[in-house]
Design a protein around this ligand. Structure first.
Ligand SMILES: [Zn+2]
Length: 173
């Protein structure tokens, strides 16, 4: 077991490829491992939106944590994200973002306990990636969790993220 994001952050730092890094963690489970490994590093800022009542039951504080109640839907989720994102981008002063685009806040997820639709998850991706783009931040995306009762839904949601990233970051389109 290893934490891909923490390994990537440390590798980028060692190779001098990024000075300050913003992590936007939209996997529904609180990023306790990432926070435990990186929260002491002043060059790393972690924004974490997660289910308050979901696993892990002991949360590790992120730089900016946004706990969400069970059953949170598109409107409340997007409002929370829209409020937190500019704060995180401003405080991180990063030159790279790593976005954990978990598909597990989806309403059809067996472990997520939230109620986002596919369209809501697309709006989430668009908010995060557009904010990065407008701040001049390159963004690396990892899939993170996804446990939809219908596996094809997990695939759709991750595919949607990649399609949106291409649209938002590719000037040729
Ligand atoms: Zn998860």
């Amino acid at each position: 077991m290893f934490n891909d994001v923490a390994v990537a952050v440390r590798a980028l730092q060692v190779e001098n490829r990024a000075r300050r890094i913003l992590i936007v963690d939209c996997d529904v489970h609180q990023g306790n491992g990432t926070a435990a490994i990186l929260s002491g590093d002043p060059a790393v800022f972690i924004l974490d939106l997660y289910g308050a009542k979901n696993f892990p039951f002991h949360k590790e504080p992120a730089s900016l944590g946004v706990p969400l109640p069970d059953g949170t839907g598109d409107a409340d989720y997007l409002q929370a994200l829209q409020t937190a994102l500019p704060v995180a981008i401003e405080r991180a002063k990063a030159d790279l973002a790593i976005y954990l685009a978990g598909s597990d806040p989806f309403e059809g997820d067996s472990l997520g306990r939230l109620k986002l639709t596919k369209a809501g998850l697309g709006a989430r991706d668009r908010l995060v990636l557009t904010a990065c783009r407008e701040a001049g931040l390159p963004a690396a995306i990892v899939m993170a969790g996804g446990y939809a009762r219908n596996v094809a839904d997990t695939v759709d949601i991750h595919f949607q993220t990649i399609t949106l990233a291409q649209e938002i970051f590719d000037d040729r389109l």
